[in-house]
Unconditional design. Structure first.
Length: 591
């Protein structure tokens, strides 16, 4: 196969684990005229690919790379017959996967990238260096790269066995940044300068609709497999997001930049304007194909459920029967049924992962709608806990992927000022960034609800709950707990791991450093959510502040072999000017 015919991919997607099968698919985009390549996994032909999207000049296919779970973990090779090949590591049966977490794979403004001391892909390079020994290419000087203590720990137990470190990669939002659409489509650039009344009534013509659609589908090709990277057939691999997604099956959930900056946090009038609705519609369709790897013609449209004769400040959609809609697809994502959004759930041995959709139903006053809350709670209540029958392996740890941190410093004064004097403006994200936070006053009630749901789960089923998030361009650790209970009641403690960003620069400019100081000052004060719950930022492991302004990625590993049983190890790798620093945290099981 000619490398020039490949437009995107392969991008691996994890579809769940059931019946002893590790279900994985691979997305590949091709020029329409190119022959459809035959894919092989473990030396055997893959089933015929499924066509997800056909547009003029382009074809997008999904291949089935599923394989059996065996007693021991193993390296599974796959590739294009007669062309390039890749590999992924599949965990042992009934064991929890080792995971990497990343977010913010891009940038909202090209100017901010010029502030970086190192390359834009430096954090991806470090992740891949830790993941796959075969990717450790020599430095330009010819000198070998040095392994630090954290990386050396994994050599004997993983790399010396010719395995890769991670079985899954959780991508918590902003896998792609669409903010450039406001500059690159002339009509939208003109729209930004219009008076507010004209913005709200701005008509979306058929020609503009086509341009918007083409932009959302086309940018994935440009960003996920850039033309200036080395071809797959090159002996010198490019250490970037494309290489990571080709070697680690992903669980992806969108955030605002996958639509455009601040989606869901503008006024109700603006959110429902014809232009905003058109942008959201096409972002949703592109997300469905590229990040969720489903056929475009199988995506149900959202239907308004607002009671007749009434208006609401929050979007109301009819729940979608995902089980019925995707019944013919054996590799459908494990989407929660009867919800309008894309929240998905993954039980994997002693671990459960909930990838929550916090954008489809978001408004200034709502993070998730009623139907989504109902389905999340029902699924959690059905998880096997410590009281499950002897033949059922219990879930020991729940990871809740919340694109925006549940526990984060609260900036009450800034909220007050922006609420009084802020205005909708797509080129100024300060107001919507604050309104996005679970800790904002408008979302505080829903945050309490989330903590109550997880607290009940931990108490009744003895399942440890941890929250993993991105979005905020810093690394941080926080906790939420019941202040009416002693610390020995560990089931009441929930840990927040915040890892952001893998590409977007952290807080670097003069004003950003002032904001960082303000953030750290605010983080010193616990947040009393009500008479029962407290959210508190902790000193970041191995650091003298509560938040660390550095690009970073996070490793997560559930260790069932500890004396306490099922301890979760979380390790942040934070970028420095010359290397990376390690920040390790251990979360013990509930007592």
């Amino acid at each position: 196969m000619n490398d020039k015919d490949l437009l995107v991919g392969p991008v691996l997607s994890f579809r769940g684990s059931a019946g002893g099968i590790w279900k994985v698919t691979a997305l590949i985009g091709l020029k329409e005229a190119a022959p459809i390549p035959a894919m092989e996994v473990e030396g055997k032909p893959c089933p015929r690919p499924r066509e997800l999207l056909l547009t003029p000049g382009e074809r997008y296919l999904r291949y089935d790379l599923s394989c059996k779970l065996l007693k021991n973990e193993r390296l599974v090779g796959y590739g294009i017959a007669g062309g390039p090949s890749w590999a992924m590591t599949v965990p042992a049966k009934d064991e929890a996967p080792r995971m990497a977490y990343v977010s913010c794979n891009g940038f909202s403004d090209p100017a901010v990238m010029r502030k970086l001391v190192r390359t834009s892909n430096a954090v991806w390079e470090d992740l891949l260096f830790s993941h796959d020994k075969s990717l450790r290419v020599p430095l330009p000087s010819g000198e070998p790269k040095l392994l630090d203590k954290e990386q050396l720990y994994h050599e004997r137990r993983i790399h010396d066995k010719q395995l890769q470190r991670f079985h899954l990669m959780l991508m918590g939002g902003d896998q792609i940044y669409f903010d450039s659409i406001w500059e690159e489509i002339d009509a939208l650039r003109q729209w930004v300068a219009l008076p507010r009344a004209d913005q709200l009534s701005f008509p979306v013509t058929a020609a503009l609709e086509r341009k918007i659609e083409a932009y959302y589908f086309g940018l994935y090709r440009q960003r996920w497999l850039p033309k200036d990277r080395n071809a797959w057939s090159s002996t010198l691999p490019s250490l970037d997001a494309a290489t990571a997604m080709s070697r680690i099956p992903t669980i992806m959930m969108w955030d605002d930049h996958d639509i455009f900056d601040g989606w869901g946090s503008y006024s109700g009038e603006m959110q429902h304007s014809p232009l905003f609705q058109a942008l959201f519609r096409h972002a949703r369709r592109a997300f469905w194909v590229f990040q969720m790897q489903h056929a475009l013609d199988e995506l149900p449209e959202l239907q308004d459920a607002t009671p007749q004769g009434f208006s609401t400040q929050d979007p109301m959609y009819r729940p979608i029967g995902w089980t019925k809609a995707l019944a013919k697809d054996p590799l459908a994502l494990p989407l929660l049924d009867a919800q309008p959004g894309f929240s998905s759930v993954y039980p994997i041995g002693p671990l459960a992962i909930v990838a929550a959709d916090l954008r489809t139903e978001r408004s200034r006053h709502q993070v998730m709608g009623t139907d989504t809350w109902r389905q999340v709670k029902a699924w959690l209540n059905a998880l096997p806990g410590s009281d499950s029958p002897a033949k059922t392996k219990p879930c020991r740890h729940l990871l809740f992927m919340s694109s925006v941190p549940v526990v984060h410093p609260k900036l009450s004064l800034a909220e007050l000022l922006l609420d009084k004097f802020g205005a909708d403006h797509v080129t100024d994200s300060n107001a919507d960034d604050l309104k996005d936070h679970w800790s904002h006053d408008d979302h505080e009630g829903e945050r309490k609800r989330l903590l109550e749901v997880f607290s009940a789960l931990a108490k009744d089923k003895k399942i440890r709950v941890s929250l993993v998030s991105g979005d905020v361009h810093v690394a941080a650790w926080g906790t939420a707990y019941r202040k009416d209970l002693p610390a020995s009641e560990t089931w009441s403690q929930m840990h927040q791991f915040t890892s952001s960003a893998v590409v977007h620069p952290s807080l670097m400019g003069v004003m950003e450093r002032l904001f960082l100081s303000w953030l750290n000052s605010s983080a010193k004060h616990p947040q009393a959510i009500d008479v029962m719950y407290v959210a508190e930022m902790m000193l970041f492991p191995g650091h003298d502040k509560h938040v660390m302004a550095a690009r970073n990625w996070l490793a997560l590993e559930l260790d069932e072999g500890t004396p306490e049983g099922c301890k979760l190890w979380a390790t942040w790798r934070c970028e420095t000017e010359t290397s990376f620093s390690n920040h390790l945290l251990a979360v013990a099981p509930v007592q």
